[in-house]
Unconditional design. Sequence first.
Length: 274
Amino acid sequence: MTCLLRPLALAAALAALPAFAQDTSSRPLWEVGAVGLYVGQQAYPGSARQVNRGIVLPWLLYRGRYLRADNEGVGVRAVHTPRYEFDVSAAAAFGSNASDDPVRRGMPNLGTLVEFGPRLKVNLGGNAQMGRWRLDLPVRGVFDLSHQLTYRGAVFQPGVSWSQRLPGAWTARAGASVLLADERLARTFYEVAPVYATAGRPAYQARSGLLATRLSASLSKDVARDWTVFGFARLDSVAGAANRASPLVRQVTGHTVGIGVSWTWMRSPEPASD
């Protein structure tokens, strides 16, 4: 991996962590530490193959008034009011080898995909006792980290989330969203070019539209001043999706689960911006 790709991989891995509800008024402006993460994920929505990965990385969190780098997003927070917030969000998904998947054998591998793009967040209300609700409207470009950041398309993922800080230093979050992909991204997952067609895998032309419907949940706990453990789960469904008929779709629902631990080495004495 080149020097250019290493920081992008770190940012993507950080963004892939579940977005825990945090009271930033009690958090430092910056933190430096390390995170260990194990993920078992569906190779792509509709795939029957699970991809298992473990990773340990250093991380830097920065919670400035405008510049942010945390598990809520990476980039510039251009607008921040009690009702609205506009920033840059990121996400990531591990790749998989086509040779390990009978459905895709002989086709190009799926690389590790990273996503970056603008996001509008709308506070829908709630309180500390019952939890807080938020509408997210992110639009992200998708790039292939395994192939020199080749552009793979774009995704729009509107969704609603609920989050709450619980007694005992627990934090819970749940959300529901839909993923809408352009034709280029749909081709990455679902298209079968004639050159790759077989008797059991006919040629198929992918189209834009609904990629998947997603439910997610996460739970974390501060077990000590410098240590946090977390777990998360996600369920994706391609019922009603634009490319449900692709021969590369072998099951309607699939899941992703992950566990991890983070350790803070150093932190700023200055508190975070709100």
